[in-house]
Design a protein around this ligand. Structure first.
Ligand SMILES: Cc1cc2nc3c(=O)[nH]c(=O)nc-3n(C[C@H](O)[C@H](O)[C@H](O)COP(=O)(O)OP(=O)(O)OC[C@H]3O[C@@H](n4cnc5c(N)ncnc54)[C@H](O)[C@@H]3O)c2cc1C
Ligand code: FES
Length: 331
């Protein structure tokens, strides 16, 4: 166990052996900025003033020679060798609403949703709370480094569920899609800041690209459970490539009732396709459908990094204030 002192703000927190500076800070309730938790976005960079750390992930994509020269490290990957003095800014919006913790989990069932997305249900040891839209880190046996997956259900039923898309030759998804009920792993969470903001009076727009379905389903269900859909509209846009990628409004559960709209769009249908719904990229479909209404909505989105940057551009052009946009990039 090491003591970490943040010279900017003065907080000191414990970091257990093998844990990282970011996760230890969040476990202590400290608002250290971050997003992906897997070494890809660079939001968790900090300066090391004294002591030594090493990255758990070899050559994380968001870290460069320049960082090394300046003694800057990635909080989500840096594990301390002993006590350290560090420097990073803290921000209220990153303070965890529920402090993350690792727990044992057992796979109880798998339901196929599309050709390559299935929902995995895990029974967890102690049923910690989370916010709709948050994610967890799954430590998959035999796979180096944890993978982030967003919960699709709501807390409180003793299970954490995840809608997961099979990645070609993927290490974690390869294990998960082969696993049988009874398989166990460690789930560490909850993480992420792109969760449902129940106090906003605005209508809600959700954009899910492929594997981004999971957190959007959780947010839709959370909005319904909190009674928000009694006086707010819910527009859910789901993007896939072709007909086998489709799912329908039933994935939303009780949120599909009432005024909710579920719009599926396909980006890669051939000329002989039977599909007569919207086609094209999700950000274009949303811009056409919502037009001027978009800037008055609370917008949540999840999916591949390329979709995320197109959605941000589209929302900016549509005049959506940045504080109405909520997302975690998937890598
Ligand atoms: C915040 C967030 C939420 C996500 N939510 C979902 C979701 O709900 N559903 C879904 O299907 N996918 C989700 N993903 C993507 C998911 O985490 C995986 O990237 C994807 O399933 C491929 O993993 P794989 O191991 O099968 O593929 P691989 O090709 O074996 O692994 C690729 C992924 O693993 C990461 N990685 C590789 N080595 C390491 C390491 N040592 N330590 C840490 N990371 C490493 C890479 O950055 C890359 O993202 C999310 C990603 C992020 C960042
Ligand atoms: S690189 Fe650490 S949170 Fe993304």
């Amino acid at each position: 166990m090491a003591q970490i002192k943040n010279e900017r703000g003065g907080a000191t927190f414990r970091c257990e052996s093998g844990d990282t500076i970011l996760r230890a800070a969040l476990r202590a309730g400290i608002g250290m900025p971050y997003s992906c938790n897997t070494g890809s976005c660079g939001n968790c960079r900090f300066e090391l003033l004294e002591g030594s750390v090493r990255h758990l992930r070899k050559d994380p994509p968001a870290w460069s020679e320049r960082d090394l020269k300046r003694n800057r490290w990635l909080g989500c990957q840096a594990s301390p060798d002993g006590d350290c003095r560090v420097k990073f800014r803290t921000m209220d919006e990153y303070e965890p609403p529920v402090r993350p913790a690792p727990r044992q989990a057992e796979l109880t069932g798998v339901t196929q949703l599309t050709r390559d997305i299935s929902e995995f249900s895990f029974r967890v040891d102690d049923d910690l709370d989370f916010r709709p839209g948050q994610y967890a880190l799954l430590h998959v046996p035999g796979v180096e480094g944890p993978r982030a997956y967003s919960m699709s259900n709501l807390p409180g039923d003793g299970e954490w569920r995840f809608m997961i898309k099979a990645a070609p030759d993927g290490a974690a998804t390869g294990w998960l899609f082969d696993a049988a009920p009874g398989a166990t792993l460690t789930i560490d969470g909850p993480y992420g800041t792109a969760f449902l903001k129940p106090d906003s009076p605005r209508d809600i727009v959700l954009l899910a690209g492929g594997s981004g379905l999971s957190p959007m389903v959780s947010i839709a269900r959370g909005a319904a459970a909190a009674g928000l859909l009694e006086d707010r509209a819910l527009h859910v846009f789901y993007g896939g490539r072709d007909i086998p990628d489709l799912c329908d409004a039933s994935v939303l559960g009780p949120a599909a009732a009432g005024k909710a709209r579920f719009i599926a769009a396909l980006s890669d249908t051939g000329p002989d396709s039977d599909w007569d719904g919207p086609t094209g990229y999700l950000h274009d479909v949303v811009a056409d459908d919502m037009a001027d209404r978009l800037k008055d909505c609370e917008i949540y989105f999840a999916g591949p990094a390329v979709m995320s940057s197109e959605v941000q551009k589209m929302a900016h052009e549509a005049g959506v204030p940045s504080n109405q946009l909520h997302f975690d990039e998937f890598y």
